[in-house]
Design a protein around this ligand. Sequence first.
Ligand SMILES: Cc1ncc(COP(=O)(O)O)c(C=O)c1O
Length: 362
Amino acid sequence: MAIKLFQPSINHLEKNAIVKVLKSKFWASGSGIGNVRKFEKKFQKFINSDTCISVNSGTAALNLALSLCEIKNKEVILPSLGFVSSANAVLLNGGIPVFVDIDPKTLCIGPNEIESAITKKTKVVLPVHFGGFPCKLDIIQKLCRRNNLFLVEDAAHAVGSTFNKTQIGSHGDAVCFSFHPVKNLAMPTGGLISINNKNHIIFRKKLLSRRWCGITERKSTSYDVKEVGNNYYMNEFSAAIGLAQLSKLKKMIPKRKIIAKKYFNELELEDKMPFSTNCSYHLYWISVKNRDKFRKILTSKGIESGTHYRPIHSFSLYHKNCSLPNTEKIGRQIVTIPIYPDLTNYEIDKIINTINKINSKF
Ligand SMILES: Cc1ncc(COP(=O)(O)O)c(C=O)c1O
């Protein structure tokens, strides 16, 4: 059997949690057994933010977070190297995505690139903590305050990452998490918006309504609808699994870091993801010249790999005449390799030895 690229870490906790929800026969949140609210509260305590609203994906989190920023015909600064839903969320809210280049060492957008892209139309800065590697949040936050911009973080990769000893999720005006099954905290589907803003009570009210079809002012059987909303509710199964995963996070994240440190120290490649104890390592990336051939050999040796991501500005919908040399180069060369808590020492050594052997022949 091939070594998988991603794999959620599960045991009896997740199994028991699912059976309990199944037997309750209340599977939707609201009418459910309360796992969704319990998860929100526990996650909020874990990251220490003003408020948390769970939704059914990271994509939904981004769509809703940007809906708070009133970006119609306004610009949103973001990286092109990332998953397309961050840029889609800009378009869905009527905004204009402005892609900026990344630091070739961390693959995150940096303060200088952001600053030089700010115009009178800019409303939001949307950095992605790539692979869990935290962006320079202190400087980016100052930039945003100075220019009166919202900071909306795409933290889909960054559950368990830290910046200045505080959890990612406790900094930006809105921070969007994904709990997709391959993420650090896995659910069948799931996401969450964390809010850190003086208007968090108003924002929470808006998000609760927009998360469920615009429904507001519920009292017994009566309610009102004042604006359009979506069905972005997290379900009770996802939240039950999320609670189990959250309780194991303190063990799972250090395991990812141990693997990343070993890759960083033992992979004989010039370009690879740096090591930082602040990073929770959802992904580990390397950069190779002849990617297709490299990946074919890896596959033939029983090791799965990936290419995260194709730069967003290269898609037809976003095709733009922008020059992003670091993004384009890494977009051609990036390979993601297996990293998750249940990888065995034998598998880790096999991955390192195989990559070093292929690389020595290139
Ligand atoms: C950087 C990034 N942003 C957003 C998302 C969207 O998350 P989801 O798949 O939960 O909608 C993903 C995920 O896959 C991602 O990798």
